[in-house]
Design a protein around this ligand. Structure first.
Ligand code: NAG
Ligand code: NAG
Ligand code: NAG
Ligand code: NAG
Ligand code: NAG
Length: 571
């Protein structure tokens, strides 16, 4: 009784110890599908020489146990299994159970039971069998993607794995997330009823955008064992209907009459549209397999609004204005214009242009601030006139060469006494065109003629008048003659002091020229005057009655000088 109770206690302790060891030593062994799986026993906790019996059994489920094999210290391994395990099992020297051709059904608990001289230990091992998928396969690839339309892009399958593989879809090597923009991923797992292996299949539904034209799609499968498997990259033709349409006008700049204009209808879309309607101011011209239409030799009437549209979708229409530039000018008069001074010259400059234009004028290449006006032509109006009209890059020029002609007119005939008082300078200023020739009624000692500018010429002669004279300046050209006279008093009258001569005009037509002759006469006159001077005594105050152009101051000085000279002669 007492013994029994001790025995009961012993068996209780034994049971407790067994449970304890079992709990503490439960481990998991992972095997690869189809390969030989080694299930170790107790990991060397128990010394092999202490072991009397080693037995492997397995959990059949429903609390049933299946025996596999057994080895006693003296005997070799004997297989006691009678079920499917009997041909696949063996025991290694170190007591490991070797299980060949591992299957998913081997995923259960195997227990190694070790009988020692005083103890029985059990070492349960949990077996897991993994299998990497064989590969990833793409199926049901969409032929093309239409922009904005959710389309099943493809299905990716990772076959025969355990546990089931995870499939990820990638676009340009970046993962796509279900629920992301335009992305919908449906994944499912199918288990093979025979092998128990799982096949994961994942379908990507995708709304393409225009940017996806070159995108590369792929799927990859990840698994607990084996490296990541990736499918070949997939590309798709992205189709979309026309979103924008543009009418281009290909024309020279600026577009002028006679040029050719090509209208080009540019529409996007994939495939791109190939036929268009060109709307040419009321006419509709369909074109096929081209997107251009050429307007040849345009005229100002071509100016207007043009359109193009898609034949299949007339609502897609583009419009553009075409402007043909023109700049016509008409100047009257043109060429060589000969006019008489004093007349009026009416200018007409007509401008017909497609836009706003600007006119500028030059006379003899010098800019004028405004259009010339000739109410009363002057000789100075003669010149080369050019009007230029600019409109953008367009410019037109017209010109006329105006010559103002007319009979010459003497504007002024004047006289000056030279500074030394030895001679007089006569100046004849005339206006007329063509250049008038100037002649004098007397011969001078020197001549000087100004250049002929603006119809004016100035002629100077230097004379030494011996007597009071009326001198004529005559100017003439093909249009007429003008003459003027001027009274020139003798340079020597002062000393002659011959009052009788005052009224004697007969001599006035004569003129003694040249200093030599002049001096000779002067000497004679001085001699004559000397005698009279003696008689008249101190009658030195004299005056020339003529009005001269020189200043009165100058005149006075000259008189004094002449007086001085006469006094010297007296001595
Ligand atoms: C047991 O032996 C087998 C081969 O006989 C060997 O591959 C294995 O590593 C051994 N296991 C242990 C736990 O020593
Ligand atoms: C063309 O010109 C007309 C008149 O000036 C204007 O109403 C129209 O908007 C223009 N069209 C385009 C495309 O510029
Ligand atoms: C001027 O001189 C020329 C010869 O030199 C002469 O023939 C002419 O008569 C002279 N004229 C006058 C007005 O004295
Ligand atoms: C010149 O003198 C005469 C008389 O000597 C006179 O009749 C004539 O008007 C004068 N001419 C000029 C331009 O002064
Ligand atoms: C010349 O004319 C001046 C004034 O006109 C006169 O004083 C002078 O006497 C005249 N001389 C002769 C020679 O006629």
């Amino acid at each position: 009784m007492h013994l029994l109770s001790v025995g009961s206690l012993g068996s209780l302790v034994f049971l407790f110890a067994t449970v304890l060891r079992q709990a503490s030593s439960l481990e998991t062994v992972v095997g690869m599908y189809g390969q030989t799986l080694e299930i170790p026993c107790n990991k060397g906790v128990v010394k092999a020489e202490d072991v009397l019996i080693t037995k492997w059994k397995y959990d059949k489920g429903d609390r049933r146990v299946g025996d596999l094999l057994v080895r006693t210290k003296t005997e070799s391994v004997s297989i006691i299994a009678t079920d499917e395990y009997k041909d696949r099992i063996n025991m290694a020297a170190n007591s490991s159970l070797l299980l060949s051709a591992a299957k998913l059904s081997d995923q259960r608990t195997f227990t190694c039971m070790v009988v020692l001289s005083l103890d029985i230990n059990e070492y349960p091992v949990n077996v897991v069998v993994y299998k990497a998928p064989a590969g990833v396969e793409i199926s049901d690839k969409a032929p093309e993607l239409e922009i904005g339309k959710p389309t099943k892009l493809a299905t990716c399958v990772a076959k025969d794995a355990n546990p089931a593989a995870n499939i990820t879809w990638l676009k340009n090597n970046k993962p796509l997330v279900d629920g992301g923009k335009g992305v919908s991923i449906r994944a499912s797992v199918q288990v093979d009823p025979v092998t128990g292996l799982s096949s994961t299949s994942s379908t990507l539904e995708y709304s393409a955008t225009k940017e996806d034209a070159d995108a590369q799609f792929s799927c990859s499968a990840r698994h607990q064992v084996g490296k990541e498997l990736t499918s070949p990259e997939l590309t798709f033709t992205i189709t979309y209907s026309t979103e924008t349409i543009i009418l281009q006008v290909i024309a020279p700049e600026p577009l002028l009459e006679g040029d050719n204009v090509t209208l080009k209808c540019v529409a996007d879309g994939n495939p791109a549209p190939t036929s268009f309607n060109f709307h040419l101011k009321g006419d509709v011209i369909p074109v096929k397999n081209t997107n251009t239409y050429t307007l040849a030799h345009v005229s100002r009437d071509t100016t207007g609004e043009y359109q193009c549209s898609l034949i299949d979708n007339p609502a897609m229409m583009a419009s553009k204005n075409v402007t043909v530039n023109y700049l016509d000018i008409n100047l009257s008069p043109t060429g060589n214009v000969i006019k008489t001074a004093g007349e009026a010259l009416e200018l007409s400059f007509q401008i017909d242009s497609s836009g706003e234009s600007k006119v500028s004028w030059t006379k003899d290449n010098v800019k004028l601030d405004k259009e010339p006006k000739f109410n009363k032509l002057k000789y100075s109006d003669s010149g080369f006139y050019e009007g230029e009209v600019k409109m953008g890059a367009l410019r037109r020029k017209a010109s006329f060469d105006l010559v103002v002609e007319g009979a010459p007119v003497i504007k002024q005939l004047s006289k000056h006494r030279s500074e030394d008082g030895q001679h007089k300078v006569l100046i004849c200023e005339a206006e007329g065109s063509p250049k008038p020739s100037v002649s004098w009624s007397i011969n001078g000692t020197s001549y000087d003629e100004s250049p002929f500018v603006n119809g004016k010429v100035t002629h100077k002669i230097t004379v030494v008048p011996a007597v009071n004279l009326t001198v004529y300046c005559t100017v003439s050209n093909e249009y007429g003659v003008d003459t003027r006279d001027i009274n020139v008093s003798s340079l020597f009258e002062e000393v002659r002091v011959d009052k009788r001569d005052q009224s004697d005009d007969a001599d006035q037509t004569k003129l003694v020229v040249g200093v030599v002759v002049g001096l000779l006469i002067a000497a004679m006159v001085i001699g004559l005057a000397y005698g009279i001077y003696q008689k008249k005594s101190k009658q030195g105050s004299w005056k020339t009655g003529e009005k001269e152009n020189g200043s009165s101051e100058e005149e006075r000085k000259l008189e004094e000088k002449v007086e001085e000279n006469s006094q010297k002669a007296e001595v």
